[in-house]
Design a protein around this ligand. Structure first.
Ligand SMILES: Cc1cc2nc3c(=O)[nH]c(=O)nc-3n(C[C@H](O)[C@H](O)[C@H](O)COP(=O)(O)OP(=O)(O)OC[C@H]3O[C@@H](n4cnc5c(N)ncnc54)[C@H](O)[C@@H]3O)c2cc1C
Length: 415
């Protein structure tokens, strides 16, 4: 058995959440170990993850303050407008008209005129984070290395690796994703359900420029999002009934493209597939506690939500920024960073906020993923009201930008 030197924090999971947490905490002066079961070289491959992420402007501030945004910025497409339509209606690019049941969020309405967010391919986020981890002296990366066990003692906790190595830390962070085994071993219960929907993700190239407009069509099988990418490309997140999705995924390229065009319309001109198809079973998981003695949950290990509003990772970024503040303050006061009294401050900050957003996205999906006439009527009235009231529109834009509530220092607005 090999025991490594002790760390302040051992982070299990080096995905987008765990990796960013390591960089943020290391910059705050904590000695961190990151454990991930996947080979880092494989994680860097384009074939590892074909998704894009809508990075909110509050999350972008975190990347900026950690010096990661310069690397990502060249690959990030600003979202200038968001058009949300009940059903597939004409967009402003088709003969100028939009459905009366459409919502238009325009970044020009925000005082500072910042984009509503940025669409970035996950591989660029991952590579920027991996590069920073490799450069950072305060981080030791153990990958590929599977966590095999954990024990939580009075003064420290141990993570045992599959090769028998032991990593000791004052605090363990579970960033091991939606199916977190660390969460289960700490006996933290979850509220969870499947959506019986599959998220089909594919990149398309199109002839006309998208002008930074993100579109979301609410179709009976679920939302269909068209997210603007660099170089006249768009990332599609097509939510389909789980029993219908396999047949669409099995279509040949031409038939698959026609199915996309049926939903997408022609406002961006002819389309072509610009990458492989990906599919993700969609589910809701919310941990009933984000903490246990010497353990804090972040990212999808704490909350995995429907991608309808593109907020899952943004919630994780806020977890990380909040944890940096809580742990830095505790250290300044000479407190044990793994003590429950310290971790309760993190839980108070993050659990209610995450639960509210997670349940909000759940409700949105239920409300819009069907064709039941009374619901359709109610939601169209709601959309009409939001569309006409400027302060309400601004509220939703600030919400999408994750810029509401009490913001941790890494997310605070520039003064
Ligand atoms: C279709 C789709 C679209 C999305 N779009 C958006 C969006 O636009 N905006 C947004 O904010 N969010 C979006 N999300 C959500 C976002 O992708 C996730 O919230 C995010 O990827 C979660 O990252 P994570 O690091 O918490 O978890 P994961 O990516 O699951 O990482 C967990 C890591 O832990 C490691 N691990 C697990 N178990 C062990 C073990 N025993 N030992 C060692 N390592 C282990 C794994 O190898 C993995 O690297 C979307 C999600 C989907 C499905």
């Amino acid at each position: 058995m090999k025991t490594h030197p002790a760390f302040d924090i051992v982070i299990v999971g080096g995905g987008l959440a765990g990796g960013l947490a390591a960089v943020a905490l290391a910059r705050a002066g904590f000695r961190c170990a990151v454990v991930d079961a996947t080979d880092p070289a494989a994680m860097r491959e384009a074939a590892f993850d074909g998704r894009t992420t809508a990075i909110s402007y509050a999350s972008a501030r975190v990347f900026k303050r950690l010096g990661l945004w310069d690397v990502v910025a060249g690959e990030a497409e600003p979202i200038c407008d968001i058009l949300v339509t009940d059903g597939r209606a004409k967009s402003r690019f088709d003969q100028g008209a939009v459905s009366s049941f459409a919502l238009h969020f325009d970044s020009a309405e925000l005082e500072d005129g910042t984009p509503l967010g940025w669409i970035v391919e996950n591989r660029f986020l991952r590579n920027a984070i991996m590069d920073a981890i490799e450069r950072e002296e305060n981080i030791d990366l153990f990958a590929p290395a599977k966590r095999a066990g954990a024990s939580f003692g009075d003064g420290a906790a141990d993570i045992t690796l599959a090769d028998g190595g032991v990593l000791k830390g004052a605090l363990i962070i579970a960033a091991d994703g939606r199916f977190s085994s660390l969460r289960a071993e700490a006996a933290i219960k979850t509220n969870e359900w499947r959506y019986k929907q599959t998220g089909i993700v594919v990149t398309v190239a199109h002839e006309r420029p998208h002008e930074g407009v993100a579109q979301e069509f609410f179709l009976p099988s679920g939302p269909f999002a068209i997210l603007p990418m660099t170089e006249n490309r768009a990332s599609l997140v097509w939510t389909e009934r789980e029993d219908a999705a396999p047949a669409y995924l099995a279509l040949d390229d031409d038939a698959f493209r026609r199915e996309i065009e049926n939903r997408f319309g022609s406002y961006l001109g002819p389309l072509s597939l610009a990458g492989p198809r990906w599919s993700y079973p969609l589910a809701f998981t919310l941990a009933q506690s984000f903490i246990a003695p010497r353990l804090a949950l972040i990212g999808d290990a704490a909350h995995a939500i429907h991608p309808i509003a593109g907020q899952g990772y943004n919630l994780g970024v806020k977890d990380i920024a909040a944890l940096v503040d809580v742990l830095t303050e505790a250290r300044g006061l000479g407190l044990d960073i793994g003590a429950m009294t310290v971790l309760q401050n993190y839980q108070r900050w993050r659990r209610f906020d995450s639960a509210t957003l997670a349940l909000g996205t759940d409700l949105l999906n239920r409300l819009f993923s069907n064709d039941f006439p009374p619901l359709r009527f109610a939601r169209d009235i709601g959309m009409g009201a939001v569309g006409k009231i400027a302060p309400l529109r601004k509220f939703f834009m600030r919400h999408a930008g994750a810029d509401l509530g009490s913001l941790p220092s890494l997310m605070a607005r520039e003064i």
